[in-house]
Design a protein around this ligand. Sequence first.
Ligand SMILES: C[C@@](CO)(OP(=O)(O)O)[C@H](O)COP(=O)(O)OP(=O)(O)OC[C@H]1O[C@@H](n2ccc(N)nc2=O)[C@H](O)[C@@H]1O
Ligand SMILES: Nc1ncnc2c1ncn2[C@@H]1O[C@H](COP(=O)(O)OP(=O)(O)O)[C@@H](O)[C@H]1O
Length: 283
Amino acid sequence: MKYSIKAPAKINLTLDTLKKRSDGYHEVEMIMTTVDLADRLDLADREDGKIVIDVSEGFVPNDHRNLAYQAADILRKHCNITRGVSIYITKRIPVSAGLAGGSSDAAATLKGLNQLWSLGLSLDELAELGAKIGSDIPFCIYGGTALATGRGEKIEKIASPPPCWVILAKPPIGVSTADIYNRLNVDEILHPNTSEMIRAIENQDFQSICAGLHNTLESVTLDLYPEVKKIKEQMLKFGADGVLMSGSGPTVFGLVQKESRLNRVYNGLKGFCSDVYAVRLLG
Ligand SMILES: C[C@@](CO)(OP(=O)(O)O)[C@H](O)COP(=O)(O)OP(=O)(O)OC[C@H]1O[C@@H](n2ccc(N)nc2=O)[C@H](O)[C@@H]1O
Ligand SMILES: Nc1ncnc2c1ncn2[C@@H]1O[C@H](COP(=O)(O)OP(=O)(O)O)[C@@H](O)[C@H]1O
């Protein structure tokens, strides 16, 4: 038996850090939404009981370090499954980019195997399992647009933003999420207004959504990597309506409402950044 499933990327419209917790994680409040840049996972049953991962990008680990492996492993243990699975991952989402590519692969593995093996688990149960592997996985289980709290694993669905284009630009550097959180001084940050952003989304008020974009990790990554700041400046110069770094970075996204402006922003960025994508919000 085989099953194929897409694993979409996310962006953070807001990312607030409230405090550092005693368990080493940070208490956060984030508004996240999915975009139509996706990896593809092809799952196939194996009789030999092994979990075998193969990835289109050779530098992504294909052993127990792969989040899709960990997802298959935890699901098998939870449901006492002895069958194995082959998982082929076609990567399209840039890696270590702040777009939750690995987390989305793990979420797609949990959802896909739930179907392939007819396990009948609810999304809430899959999200609870996913949270044991990584903070972003529960959001990736539900997709859409949501407010994420706790360390990011508590998910509350909210309205979808109005349709718009999203330009993603990633400089050729990878960022470690743990490193960026470690460098953050929580006493010195400017906070986004999360409830105002939720209101702007509910009112489908595109201008206020753009004005409210804010990420407390952005200044940390921008200080370390000035090229990220340059991409932000260029995106605004070429006419994006609102611009922000996603997650811990280094990918910068620009929201563009008018299709007529899309090409200008896309081509402008392509001039000095090789990894540029023009996608739609899925939220
Ligand atoms: C920053 C965000 C924003 O969406 O995304 P990315 O930049 O990774 O895409 C997330 O909070 C990332 O979530 P995720 O990538 O699942 O992180 P985890 O594996 O749970 O944690 C990796 C490390 O980041 C730090 N961490 C993570 C989440 C959190 N709320 N506080 C933290 O301090 C911890 O040091 C942890 O050991
Ligand atoms: N399926 C996967 N796809 C991409 N990266 C993965 C995967 N599984 C594990 N990783 C590892 O997870 C780390 C973060 O990857 P990724 O999820 O792309 O970044 P981010 O959390 O910034 O969105 C990388 O070091 C990568 O080697």
